[in-house]
Design a protein around this ligand. Structure first.
Ligand SMILES: [Zn+2]
Length: 153
């Protein structure tokens, strides 16, 4: 099944999100590693003459990115406002000696505002999509009208 994968403006926070588009079936997924937004549109049922899609959207409330020293990585999208219990358990995960604290981070997102709770997000994290796109086009020497913006976290 063919799909293309590229960066798009996140409908929730306006920064760079990733879109996985299945051009043969018109199905798609959008995942934002800035605010945690998630969207999917997939085929629910299909007959010879018609296709029914089902959509699902989760607004972003934040993201928790954990890098281990062995190079493996975990991503947790927050589906609702972070609770004190979650924050405590993320803190203890974050301070584990297996974790690379330089690269890991926890950020909450509420009413248009990002709050960094743990660690340091990478430089690209902060860029609005338009700036991110300009940077990527310059970096890879692509034309202004390029829609297939490369993905770099
Ligand atoms: Zn977002």
């Amino acid at each position: 099944m063919g799909s293309i994968y590229y960066a798009v403006k996140c409908p929730c926070c306006g920064r760079s999100a990733f879109k996985d588009y299945y051009y043969k079936t018109d199905e798609e997924y959008i995942v934002c590693l800035r605010c945690g937004f998630f969207y999917k549109k997939v085929i629910e049922s299909e007959t010879a003459n018609s296709v029914e899609y089902v959509e699902e959207t989760n607004d972003g409330h934040g993201i928790f990115i954990l890098y281990r020293k062995d190079g493996s990585r975990e991503k947790v999208s927050l589906n609702s406002e972070i609770t004190d219990e979650q924050l405590e358990s993320y803190k203890s995960l974050f301070t584990n000696e297996e974790i690379d604290q330089e690269k890991s981070y926890l950020v909450s997102y509420k009413q248009g505002t990002f709050t960094i709770l743990l660690g340091n997000p990478p430089e690209n994290f902060y860029l609005p999509f338009e700036e991110y796109k300009r940077k990527m086009l310059a970096k890879y020497g692509l034309a202004e009208d390029e829609i297939m913006v490369p993905l770099v976290e």
